[in-house]
Design a protein around this ligand. Structure first.
Ligand code: AMP
Ligand code: ZN
Length: 457
């Protein structure tokens, strides 16, 4: 049985899909104007584990992840520059090239983390859905939820009676939060842009004709338009990071429900934040690490995935380099321990313990415990069960189970040379060669009649 925490009802619920055929899953994707950080990837790893868990429980999943390539402004209050356009102006590249470049980088990083991203039409771009977004704004206009200001078409939050209910914020709190940026023409501070006009003094690269004038969509409308087109409304599960609860998701719900008069999604699941040394991860703090930063320090991307699995997705996770090193060591030990196993045979009944761990609102750390329990049992027939478990955890164990280590000639020669110097009791030279071997990514252990070499990754 699969239980999930539903942000909408603020409780743990037994998962019951809308249709018994396919589960519709929508996860808000990246705004492609800079590299995604490891914090963003914590959320995408959680969503990937969710998708894989649904599959373990026998569901087919229709997963959609959007790419925001237009309309996400620097300021939260619908003010400021468009993030993609700003990056284009700064670098001299076109806005389209910026978006393409960072999407490619996102996809590459996701692959290195074993995140199975949707492809093709299920990874839609906001710029490919302009007419659908315009149609949705027109529907909201017909239903009486919009008004026009000098800089755009806005959603009137006071007309939507459930506004604020999702995040549990009182209207006054929301308004106080939104008042930080001054947009004097808004009727209520929490109102948000559905369509923004290009300003006479700005030359945008991405802009389109609309019934209200040339401009571009507001940030939130793309998710409402694309999810309805690709998954229908309501669909089963909508995900994102917790920062989306008070604004982005509250606004998506308002737009979609005001347009179609029915719920947007049945379940909402949100991943908690990654913190660094107990605080915010940010560019100004100098700790907005990317996957490349981790790799440059010698870590395997999958060690980061392993690290994330150790903390429940609804708990804050504090990133430290020591923590990552612990995860890397655990992963190395795991890989070394499973090489001698066979992939032949049946999945053992022990898989049920894993299902009950992961089925309990994606308890990944209990899932890891179950996996380690099997590994430490010393049984030789656990290979297929580990592979089944890894279909959810995504640690790439298929590359290690039953795979002999290929030792490069250069390493073997060093190891043999070390054996010789040890016979002559030249311990200093022996240590020196061990360090050389370590630098090349291998660990050497002395055995009764020789040595054992293990790759560090
Ligand atoms: P963005 O590109 O800013 O829309 O963010 C991409 C995803 O990362 C969203 O689902 C955010 O909620 C999520 N996110 C942003 N900051 C963090 C963080 N510090 N920890 C975990 N997830 C985050
Ligand atoms: Zn969204």
């Amino acid at each position: 049985m699969l239980h999930v925490w539903n942000t909408l009802h603020k409780k743990l619920e037994e998962f019951q899909p809308i249709s018994d055929k396919v589960v519709g899953l929508y996860t808000c994707g990246p705004t492609v104007y800079n590299p995604a950080t490891i914090a963003n990837f914590r959320t995408y790893i959680f969503e990937d584990v969710l998708k894989r868990t649904l599959e373990l429980f026998g569901y087919k999943v229709h997963h959609v992840l959007n790419i925001t390539d237009v309309g996400h402004l620097v300021g939260d209050g619908d003010m400021g520059e468009d993030k993609v356009e700003r990056e284009a102006a700064k670098t001299g590249a076109s806005a389209w090239d910026i978006a393409k470049m960072y999407e490619e980088r996102f996809v590459k990083d996701a692959e290195r983390l074993n995140i199975e991203l949707p492809e093709g039409k299920d990874r839609p771009h906001a710029t490919d859905y302009i007419s659908e977004q315009i149609a949705l704004v027109q529907k909201l206009e017909e239903n009486g939820f919009t008004y026009k200001t000098s800089d755009g078409i806005y959603f009137d939050t006071s007309k939507f009676k459930n506004y604020g209910k999702f995040s549990g914020q009182k209207m006054e709190e929301k308004e106080a939060g939104a008042r930080v940026e001054i947009n004097t023409e808004k009727r209520h501070p929490a109102d948000f842009a559905l369509w923004k006009f290009s300003q006479p003094n700005e030359k945008r690269q991405m802009e389109w004709e609309s019934p209200w004038g040339v401009g571009f969509p507001g940030w939130h409308i793309e998710c409402s338009a694309m999810s309805e087109k690709l998954l229908g409304q309501p669909f089963d599960i909508h995900c994102g990071g917790v920062d989306h609860i008070p604004v982005h998701h509250e606004n998506e719900i308002a737009q979609s429900e005001a347009a179609f008069g029915k719920p947007l999604a049945k379940y909402w699941m949100h991943g908690e934040f990654l913190l660094v040394n107990g605080g915010r991860m940010g560019k100004s703090e100098g700790n907005a690490y990317t996957l490349d930063d981790l790799i440059a320090k010698g870590f395997d991307p999958l060690a980061y995935r392993y690290y994330c699995l150790g903390t429940h997705y609804r708990s804050k996770m504090n990133f430290t380099w020591e923590g990552l090193e612990g995860a890397q060591n655990a992963l190395n030990n795991l890989r070394a321990a499973i090489r001698k196993l066979s992939t032949e045979g049946a999945v053992l009944p022990g898989i049920e313990s894993f299902k009950s761990a992961i089925g309990s609102d994606l308890n990944t750390s209990s899932g890891l415990d179950v996996m380690w329990g099997l590994v430490k049992s010393g049984r030789g027939d656990i290979g297929p069960t580990l592979l089944e478990i890894d279909n959810v955890l995504g640690l790439g164990l298929d590359q290690y189970i039953g795979k002999k280590i290929e030792i490069p000639l250069e390493i073997k020669l060093l190891a043999d040379q070390r054996l010789e110097v040890r016979k002559n009791k030249d311990w200093a030279k022996s240590d020196e060669i061990r360090d050389q071997i370590a630098e090349k990514g291998w660990t050497i252990e002395d055995k009764k009649d020789g040595y054992e070499l293990t790759p560090r990754n």
